[in-house]
Write a protein of this length. Structure first.
Length: 197
């Protein structure tokens, strides 16, 4: 005996052999199963996102950071609104004190406050270069690469002259800077190439 039924997936009328039959064919059965699985997976993903402890609203992050005395590099990144590489550069260039405990780098909140206060209070303090591009830091300084280009010399020759004349070098990240006035004393005024257009 066959029973007239409607397919749960495609909605077609079909003759079922048993009362439990829900689908008109094997293909509809498979497609409906896949659809249910996709829906279940999406639901699980959404659930895990909302239950994930790592996703904390920004206001809550800030209030949690205010209670801490010791900060991680990620905390400093959030507080200053800068990238991780900029935080690393501040530490490497000794603008910000940090201690290493195992694999963790710890920064005292008072040292971070000191760094910020120094920059606000003392307008003649050394400017912190977060972006190490020499193009953005050429007020009063030449990089060794610029000296080579403007005076048509090799980097080795420039280094030799700097050492011989005992000129003070300032290292910022991977760039070495020298005061323009010291270089002009040795080589004269530079021939800076003019941009066309």
């Amino acid at each position: 005996m066959k029973i007239a039924k409607k397919c749960s997936y495609c909605g077609k009328q079909f003759m079922a052999k048993t009362l439990k039959t829900k689908y008109c064919c094997h293909k509809c059965n498979q497609e409906h199963y896949r659809k249910k699985e996709r829906k279940k997976n999406l639901h699980n993903i959404e659930k895990s996102i909302f239950q994930n402890e790592e996703i904390i609203p920004f206001d809550e992050q800030l209030s949690a950071l205010k209670a801490k005395d010791l900060l991680s590099m990620k905390d400093v990144m959030v507080l200053l609104g800068i990238s991780m590489s900029s935080v690393q550069r501040l530490i490497r260039n000794k603008h910000l004190k940090a201690a290493k405990l195992g694999t963790r780098v710890i920064i005292r909140k008072k040292d971070l406050k000191k760094l910020i206060n120094n920059q606000f209070e003392n307008e003649f303090s050394e400017k912190i270069i977060l972006n190490e591009s020499p193009k953005k830091n050429n007020n009063g300084y030449f990089s060794v690469g610029e000296i080579s280009k403007y005076y048509n010399l090799s980097n080795r020759t420039v280094d030799r002259h700097i050492i011989e004349k005992d000129i003070k070098k300032i290292k910022k990240g991977r760039f070495v800077y020298v005061l323009k006035k010291d270089i002009i004393k040795i080589f004269g005024k530079p021939q800076i190439p003019q941009k066309n257009g």
